[in-house]
Design a protein around this ligand. Structure first.
Ligand code: GDP
Length: 419
């Protein structure tokens, strides 16, 4: 059949505002539950004299996943009219952040959930910040538990205005703000009479309207070099293609040195490509048509679309370390396969995501967000994350531990950039 665009989403929001309930509902409304599952859980609840909770579904699926029963052991998926939606786990806060920051799981969109009675809380604002930090641009807001406020349009408007102002201030315009009752189903897949005053999309429609990420293979080639292997007199440059594609004969440039060569052969495992082309996501080994100095940490790109080489960059980071990050700090920066010592030249912004008001500029505290200027000990090849979501990300280590990470906002023009 035809391939449907896939979108990866995260559902975030204050604890108890209804994330699991919404997921249960979405699975049900989109017909994504295994046969008989819902009836079984309802019967179990009745037998135990407990009211049925939609979140049981998620728990049950989670348990099966843990026990390895279900076939798809990695992610929860469902289909809307034209999209395959993959729900990225957001279990522990720090774990989720780490995954997002290191690019292990990049979300195309997010659902931010708010309890209609409780309204916008610190954690809600903080999650908004995190989505901004992580570069998630498409955010649908759902105002849940509308049944607890008698489906009041006025209450909905109040929350909608407050969260929209907050998100817009961060440069994230909500794609929709949707009144729902995840428990009862209003607004999830249907506009029910209780929300007849609302004429925007349902949650399912909002998810269906998400733009999928540009396929990585359509971006410029980025092959961060992992290792060089020597077999007899052949030198094989190995790495994972993060974006774009390559084939034998291509004219490439090795960054940051800026040396140019042609790809002689493309070797890969476990299978050699049929048409000779290898693209994003594949691990490859290539040989070049001349002897050039290549080392781990270099980035191979096509001539004309190479990354800049730089010693200076601005990054937006999330800080995880106990000791706040201050100007003058010596850090280790990991970008692609390169590691280099660096110095924090300036803290441009330091914000507590929960407290919009307290903007400090001296140091970035634990769990805070900031923008920093970094001077690198050696030139590296880097892309702003808006150009390349894979290579525009960095991780910061202190004493061998991940201390933070984030997005490359801009790089200073390099001396050796190939036009
Ligand atoms: P999570 O912590 O964000 O995953 O929240 P849960 O989905 O576990 O929901 C927390 C509680 O809120 C549970 O007791 C749910 O039954 C309840 N809840 C969720 N959605 C609704 C809703 O639309 N209306 C009402 N009245 N309660 C809800």
């Amino acid at each position: 059949g035809t391939t449907r665009p896939q979108v990866r989403i995260v559902i975030v929001g204050h604890v108890d505002h209804g994330k699991s309930t919404l997921v249960g509902r979405l699975l049900h409304e989109t017909g994504s539950l295994p046969e008989g599952k819902l009836e079984m859980l309802k019967a179990v609840s009745a037998r135990r004299g407990m009211p049925f909770e939609w979140s049981f579904l998620l728990d049950a699926l989670q348990t099966e996943r843990d026990q390895g029963i279900t076939i798809d052991t990695t992610q929860i998926r469902f289909r809307t009219r034209s999209r395959d939606v993959v729900l990225i786990d957001a279990p522990g806060h720090a774990e989720f952040l780490r995954n997002m920051i290191t690019g292990a799981s990049q979300a195309d969109g997010a659902v931010l959930i708010i309890d209609a009675l409780e309204g916008v809380r610190d954690q809600t604002r903080r999650h908004g910040y995190l989505l901004h930090l992580l570069g998630v641009k498409q955010v649908a807001v759902v105002v849940n538990k509308m049944d607890r406020v008698d489906f009041s349009a006025a209450r909905f408007e109040e929350i909608s205005d407050e969260i929209s102002a907050h998100l817009t201030g961060l440069g994230v315009t909500p794609t929709a703000v949707i009144p729902i009752s995840a428990r009862d189903g209003d607004g999830v897949a249907e506009r029910t009479p209780r929300i007849e005053w609302y004429d925007g999309p349902t949650v399912v429609e909002a998810l269906d309207a998400l733009e999928p990420a540009r396929p990585l293979e359509t971006l410029a080639l980025r092959l961060p070099v992992q290792a060089i292997y020597k077999f007899d007199d052949r030198r094989i440059v190995a790495g994972r293609i993060e974006s774009g594609s390559l084939s034998a004969g291509d004219e490439i440039v090795i960054m940051p040195a800026g040396k140019i060569a042609r790809i002689r052969t493309v070797e890969s495992w476990p299978v050699t490509p049929v048409n000779g082309i290898q693209s994003a996501g594949r691990s490859v080994g290539i040989t070049l048509d001349r002897e050039l100095f290549v080392e781990r940490g270099d980035v191979i790109a096509h001539v004309g679309t190479s990354p800049r080489d730089t010693r200076r960059m601005r990054a937006r980071i999330f800080w995880l370390h106990d000791k706040p990050l201050a100007a003058g700090a010596s850090i280790l920066v990991r970008l692609g396969t390169r590691e280099t010592r660096a110095n924090v030249v300036a803290i441009e912004k330091a914000v507590d995501p929960g407290e919009l008001s307290s903007v400090e500029t001296k140091a970035i505290g634990r769990n805070h967000v900031g923008e920093i200027d970094i001077a690198l000990a050696q030139p590296i090849a880097a892309d702003p994350y808006t150009d390349n979501p894979r290579t525009g990300r960095l991780v910061i280590e202190v004493n061998g531990r991940i201390a933070g990470g984030g997005l490359v906002l801009s790089v200073d023009a390099g001396q050796r950039a190939i036009p």
